[in-house]
Ligand binder design. Structure first.
Ligand code: 9MR
Length: 373
């Protein structure tokens, strides 16, 4: 009899769920997650923001100021946004965002990257594209001078306004080697692989120039795939230890974490443990979680999948808190605000972020918050 009753109750629950998916028992009810992430966290919680939305879309900018205390400009502090033809600087767009940030902290992204930069200018200035091309020594010396000039101007301009910089972004190829013109595609007109010409010394140089320009900014090395590629992770850590041994000022490591529901949780745990063991600051710099990693057409974000995404957000934040000592937690930044603002949205094929397109909190938000509490 008891068994029959149990079965009947279960069947009724199932029928109810089929009619209205929102009655699925949710561990991560966003309507109950009223606390701001920034208020629940003991470390900075950030969002990457884009120019048009941050400056001209009040529901977006108000939400950012309500829930976060840190921002990263998604594109406006990249070299291509700041360095124009002839190597002339134009800070106008980034300055407008910095001025609108109010009390939000600003994380600077990024001083050196092999892409999204005024590559044609640098190639001409260094004699890479001149005919005949300059010697390797001449190219290296001229690029070094441009590196110092660029980092000095940008980090100098934002001195006291930007709390920390990604000094170098994505220095390593997937096999763990430093990037060069063979392991990295050089086809884009915005591509210049600085480390091809300056080698491993690029690290010490870039960090030294950044420290000279803004001695109080925290300086980071940032990269992706570290949770799923231990070879690259180990190689990055060896590089960081080399810099430390040379007395170079490097304060932290940024792990981008563009992950998915399928990303190995063991890999995430082990990455945080290894990063923490360096003794440096650790930052999750670009978090987003794909729910449709195979980009299947017709994909629908069901309540059950939204719940799995919430669990993954919760797992990442919990793993960060339990593996990185509090003195080394520099913060977690989510790479975007509403799903449609994500670089991985693909016109509605995926939903990687914490808010839906009407700025409602998703279960993912509740998952993030639950880990903080
Ligand atoms: O989100 C950024 C997107 O708007 C740009 O078009 C893209 C250009 O490369 O860069 C995206 O941000 C990247 C970040 O700067 C570095 N890590 C990977 C991010 C996603 O591609």
């Amino acid at each position: 009899m008891k068994q029959h009753l149990l079965f009947l109750t279960w069947a009724l629950v199932l029928i109810a769920c089929e009619k209205d998916p929102s009655v699925l028992p949710s561990e991560h009810d966003p309507s109950a997650a009223s606390e701001a992430l920034k208020d629940a966290a003991s470390f900075p919680v950030g969002a990457a923001v884009n120019y048009n939305n941050f400056l001209a879309n009040p529901p977006y900018s108000n939400l950012v100021k309500r829930d976060f205390n840190s921002i990263t400009l998604e594109n406006e502090m990249k070299n291509a946004s700041l360095v124009k033809g002839g190597g002339v600087f134009d800070f106008s767009r980034a300055d407008a965002m910095v001025n609108a940030a109010g009390s939000l902290q600003i994380f600077g992204h990024t001083l050196v990257w092999h892409t999204q930069q005024a590559a044609s200018y640098y190639k001409a200035a260094a004699g890479i594209t001149s005919s005949p091309a300059a010697s390797q020594e001449e190219i290296a010396a001229k690029l070094d001078a441009e590196l110092r000039r660029t980092i000095g101007a940008i980090a100098g301009h934002y001195k006291g306004k930007v709390q920390a910089w990604d000094v170098i972004n994505e220095l390593f190829a997937d096999n763990g080697a430093i990037r060069n013109n063979s392991n990295t595609s050089t086809s884009g007109s915005d591509v210049l692989v600085w480390s091809h010409y300056l080698g491993r010394d690029l690290g010490a140089k870039a960090f030294q120039y950044a420290a000279e320009a803004d001695p109080s900014a925290k300086l980071f090395l940032n990269d992706y795939g570290l949770e799923s590629n231990p070879v690259k992770l180990d190689s990055l850590i060896a590089f960081v230890n080399e810099l430390k041994a040379k007395g170079v000022k490097i304060d932290g490591i940024g792990t981008q974490m563009h992950i998915s529901l399928n990303t190995s949780r063991t890999g995430i745990e082990s990455m945080f443990k290894k990063l923490a063991a360096t003794g440096l600051l650790v930052r999750v710099s670009e978090l987003d979680i794909l729910v449709n990693p195979s980009s299947a057409t017709g994909f629908v974000l069901t309540p059950a999948i939204a719940e799995s995404q919430a669990e993954m957000y919760q797992f990442v934040v919990q793993s960060y808190i339990s593996n990185v000592p509090s003195s080394q937690r520099h913060g977690i930044t989510v790479w975007g605000v509403m799903d449609a603002s994500s670089w991985r949205y693909q016109n509605g094929k995926d939903f990687p972020l914490l808010y839906d397109n009407e700025f409602n909190k998703k279960p993912a938000y509740a998952g993030f918050l639950k880990a903080l509490n």
